[in-house]
Design a protein around this ligand. Structure first.
Ligand code: SF4
Length: 369
């Protein structure tokens, strides 16, 4: 299947007084039509910056570095000027953010904001038609009294309703892709589930792709076809939702999965926090970005960047644990096979260590896809 979006070797930096902050350092991925891809990682790992580049939203002091290429339906969009981006963003790809109250205009009624977004991209649509479409879209977004909502200001709505309005506003132009940047973080779990369900319903109806940006592996399990785990501006692991949940290979993915609340956890059991902080991206590590926090870091990890290894079909990992050139003699678990031969797999019985056992059992929810 042809990809809707293809990103090749994307690198984004911010020039600051402290130096060049290397937010994204050579990221490549593709998103197929109708696919939901989750970009996962802690704050500051580069996932939001990556998403912004797809909308042409990197502003000074940020810059997309030379050699980065982005294709949309086969056409290179990375070289677009501002006029072209203005015609593209909001029409072909729309974006919703965590805080609808900040994203919506507080001084403008909901209806006007939605209609304005529509008329910006489709100026030939008449006023009555704009009104009809806005009301219909609000209804689809699950707003019970859509006509009444049209006349309200954002502060008159609850957090969940505002997020629905944001989705309606993003969807009114029938974009081929929706980027959702932590769309449910500020909502309680019930509303969170409703918003995710709404996004899936709209996806089924329109066939759009979704790029979900989140730090929450629980959210990912419900919605993603594919997961891309990012750390320190690079991809650490990627694969289908099932692969990453049931056969995670990167120690950072293990940590992320271990920090998700589990229904079968013992009473009083504390959630595992990831010790340490993300690296200073003005001076990113020479080798693996996770080496300062990784309990299995070897000498080679500090000196050299790991190559990507295909651990199973459609599942890639960037970690020295999968490379037979690394000396793994000091590790608390054993890896029985290596990945140097393309397509080779690691034995499932690799682990005898505590962390490894946790990792092996990290999958906690089938995606059913
Ligand atoms: Fe840990 Fe080394 Fe793998 Fe990085 S490359 S995650 S430091 S084992």
């Amino acid at each position: 299947m042809k990809p809707l979006i293809e990103v090749q070797d994307l690198a984004v930096s911010y020039d600051t007084y402290a130096g060049e902050v290397q937010s994204v350092r050579g990221v490549s991925f593709r998103i197929l039509k109708g696919q939901t891809v989750a970009l996962v990682g802690e704050s500051g790992c580069g996932k939001s910056v990556t998403a912004k580049t797809l909308m042409g939203l990197i502003e000074k002091p940020g810059r997309v570095k030379e050699g980065s290429r982005i294709f949309y339906e086969g056409e290179e969009i990375s070289g677009y000027d501002e006029t072209k981006w203005n015609g593209f963003r909001g029409k072909e790809i729309s974006m919703i953010f965590q805080d609808a109250l900040v994203s919506l205009n507080p001084t403008m009624r909901i209806g006007k904001q939605i209609k304005e977004n529509l008329s910006n991209h489709f100026p030939k649509i008449g006023r009555q038609e704009q009104e009809n479409r806005a009301v219909e879209m609000l209804r689809k977004a699950g707003i019970p009294d859509a006509e009444l909502c049209m006349g309200k200001y954002p502060h008159e709505l609850s957090g969940g309703m505002r997020q629905r309005v944001m989705i309606a506003m993003a969807m009114i132009t029938k974009p081929k892709m929706l980027i959702a940047d932590e769309p449910t973080t500020s909502l309680d779990v019930t509303i969170q589930a409703q918003i995710l369900e709404l996004m899936q319903e709209l996806q089924e109806e329109t066939g759009m792709s979704i790029l979900m940006i989140t730090h929450d592996m629980g959210v990912v399990a419900d919605i993603a076809d594919e997961i891309i785990v990012m750390y320190a501006g690079k991809i650490a692991e990627r694969g289908s939702c099932r692969e990453v949940f049931y056969h995670p290979w990167h120690p950072y993915t293990w940590s992320l999965l271990n920090s998700v609340p589990r229904i079968d956890a013992a009473k009083g059991q504390k959630l595992a926090a990831i010790e340490g902080n993300i690296p200073d991206m003005t001076l990113p590590p020479k080798g693996c970005g996770f080496c300062e926090r990784c309990p299995y870091a070897m000498n080679v990890c500090r000196e050299y960047m790991p190559d990507g290894a295909k651990v199973r079909e459609g599942h890639e990992v960037w970690c020295w644990l999968t490379d037979n050139r690394a000396d793994k003699s000091g590790l608390p678990f054993r890896i029985e096979r290596n990945f140097e031969a393309k397509g080779a797999g690691i034995s499932e019985s690799r682990s005898t260590g505590k962390e490894g056992e946790r990792a092996a059992g990290a999958g906690r929810k089938t995606d059913g896809r």
